[in-house]
Design a binder for this molecule. Structure first.
Ligand code: SF4
Ligand code: SF4
Length: 355
C-alpha cells in the first residue's frame, strides 16, 4: 500500500489546491460541539475534534433533499413538468471523517444498493464522494467500534486514512479515489511502506488500548426472533424513552425517511426527509391504524432492527458502528450496549422444545 507523508505546513495549501476540483466538507466547531459542514473558501477543517455530534451521514444523505419541483401555473416556465435539481452531487471530499462514520456507509449501502433496488440519489452522492479519513487516537468513553467489526485505525471503508503523527500526517492510500485526491492536492512525499506501517500499527494498538467499552454480539444470530420480540425486558428498556428521535437522527447507520410534498399556491416540491422509527407518525396508516402505536413497540423496533433483523438479513454483523453518539446524547440514558447485552444473553439460552 502506498503511504504519503504530508507535512502540516503543506496541509492547508494542498486542501486549497484540491478545492479547485472538490467541494470540501470538514469538521467545524459550533459552540461546544463539532459538525461536518461545507468549508468556506480558505477555511481549513478543525482537525482537533474528537468526534462530531451529528454523524457524517448527511454529507451523502441530506436531512432534507428536494427530489423535484413542479408548477401548475401556466405562466411559469416548464409548468406541468417535474424538474429535478441540476448538478447536486459535485465531486466532494469529506475531510477528517472518522473510520466509524465511513464504516456506516458500508452498512447503509446494503439498504440503498440492494439487488432488487438501487437508490439513485444515495448512490450518486456516494460515488461522487471521497472519504479522507482521520484515524482516532482518543476514543471516547462510549466508543465501542472494536465490538462492531471496526476500529479507530480501520481504513477499509475509507479512500484515504490519515494518522496524525506530530508535525505531519501519514496517509494510507486505500483506493483510486484517494489517490486522485492526493494528486489534486499535490502531496507527493511517498515514504517507505514498512517503516510507516510500523508507525500505524503502534498508533493503532495505543488507540485500541484506550477503548474501554465493549459489547458481545456473538449470540444475536442464535436468539429466536419471536423469543426476542416477546422478551420480558422491553417494558423496562422503553420505560424512560420520550420518543424524541435523537438517537436515530444522530446515528450514522439509521436510514429511515419520509416523502412529503410542500406546496405554495400552484407550485411545490417533493422532499425526502429523515424520519425516525421512534416517532408515532412513522408507521401510522392512512386509516388511522398504527401497528407501532405504543412506545414500547417503537423502542423494541429500533433495537430489533439494529441487533436482530439486520443481523439475520445480511449476515454481516449488527447495524451499528459503535460510535457511541446515542449513548452520550439520549436524554434519559437508554444505552444500546446494555440492550445488546440483554439480547445477546437471550441468544445464549438453550432452546427448549415444548411440544
Ligand atoms: S434518544 Fe433516548 S429518549 Fe430519545 S428516542 Fe432515542 S432512546 Fe428514546
Ligand atoms: S446505534 Fe448508537 S452507537 Fe451504534 S452507530 Fe448508531 S448512534 Fe452509533
Amino acid at each position: 500500500m502506498k503511504i504519503i507523508r504530508i507535512d502540516k505546513t503543506d496541509w492547508d495549501s494542498g486542501l486549497k489546491k484540491s478545492a479547485d476540483h472538490y467541494r470540501l466538507v470538514g469538521p467545524t466547531q459550533e459552540k461546544d460541539f463539532f459538525l461536518y459542514k461545507p468549508l468556506k473558501p480558505g477555511k481549513a477543517p478543525d482537525m482537533s475534534f474528537s468526534n462530531t455530534r451529528l454523524s457524517a451521514k448527511g454529507t451523502i444523505y441530506p436531512q432534507s433533499h428536494t427530489l423535484f419541483t413542479y408548477s401548475l401555473d401556466p405562466d411559469q416556465k416548464d409548468h406541468h413538468l417535474l424538474i429535478e435539481p441540476e448538478n447536486e452531487n459535485p465531486p466532494t471530499a469529506v475531510i477528517g471523517i472518522r473510520p466509524c462514520d465511513a464504516a456506516a456507509f458500508v452498512q447503509v449501502r446494503r439498504n440503498f444498493d440492494a439487488p432488487d433496488y438501487q437508490d439513485p440519489y444515495w448512490l450518486n452522492a456516494y460515488e461522487n464522494t471521497v472519504l479522507v479519513g482521520l484515524a482516532c487516537d482518543q476514543p471516547g468513553p462510549a466508543c465501542f467500534c472494536t465490538s462492531t467489526g471496526g476500529g479507530p485505525y480501520d481504513g477499509t471503508a475509507l479512500d484515504l486514512l490519515l494518522a496524525d503523527n506530530d508535525n505531519h500526517y501519514l496517509a494510507q492510500v486505500v483506493s483510486d479515489k484517494g489517490a486522485a485526491f492526493i494528486e489534486k492536492a499535490g502531496w507527493a512525499g511517498e515514504v517507505e511502506t514498512d517503516a510507516a506501517m510500523q508507525i500505524f500499527q503502534a498508533r493503532k494498538a495505543a488507540a485500541e488500548d484506550k477503548i474501554r467499552s465493549t459489547v458481545d454480539t456473538d449470540h444475536l444470530a442464535d436468539a429466536g426472533t419471536m423469543a426476542l420480540y416477546d422478551a420480558p425486558f422491553w417494558e423496562d428498556v422503553a420505560f424512560a424513552c420520550i420518543n424524541c428521535g435523537t438517537c436515530t437522527f444522530l446515528c450514522p447507520t439509521c436510514w429511515c425517511f419520509d416523502i412529503q410534498d410542500e406546496t405554495h399556491g400552484m407550485s411545490g416540491q417533493r422532499l425526502r426527509i429523515w424520519d425516525s422509527c421512534m416517532f408515532p407518525l412513522f408507521t401510522r396508516h392512512g386509516t388511522g391504524h398504527n401497528p407501532r402505536g405504543e412506545k414500547v413497540q417503537r423502542v423494541r423496533q429500533r433495537f430489533m432492527h439494529k441487533l436482530k433483523y439486520y443481523v439475520d438479513k445480511y449476515e454481516a454483523g449488527v447495524q451499528c458502528v459503535g460510535c457511541g453518539r446515542c449513548v452520550l446524547q439520549c436524554p434519559v440514558n437508554i444505552d444500546i450496549r446494555k440492550v445488546c447485552e440483554l439480547m445477546n444473553n437471550a441468544g445464549k439460552q438453550p432452546v427448549t422444545c415444548t411440544a
